[in-house]
Design a protein around this ligand. Structure first.
Ligand SMILES: [Zn+2]
Length: 101
């Protein structure tokens, strides 16, 4: 049986991931893994990937992170999947469970 999502070419995993990105607080999530200091509209901290001091930049309004040393960047789902060595869909589901959505 072909469901509506398959019929219209919408990948259910992409929907879940987009929802988790939209609903999650990226600064709060990254703060679980590294200390962040607010600097105006962004937050800075130690990068958990390259361990660069104060090289990780988090932009809550853009819902993105970026490291000026190792150049890792992405959204909260990518961050959680990378830091926990998990699939994107699993990271998205963890975030949605945490937020009770
Ligand atoms: Zn880095």
């Amino acid at each position: 049986m072909v469901g509506m999502r398959e019929r219209y070419g919408i990948n259910p995993n992409k929907v879940v991931i987009s929802r988790a990105v939209f609903l999650s607080n990226i600064a709060k999530e990254i703060f679980y893994y590294t200390d962040l200091v607010r600097e105006g509209s962004i937050l800075c901290g130690k990068c958990p990937f390259c361990l660069g001091r104060a090289t990780l930049i988090v932009a809550p309004k853009k819902k993105m992170f970026y490291c000026i040393r190792c150049h890792e960047y992405g959204n909260v789902v990518y961050f959680v999947s990378k830091v926990r060595s998990a699939r994107l869909i699993d990271a998205a589901n963890w975030l949605l469970t945490e937020y009770k959505f």
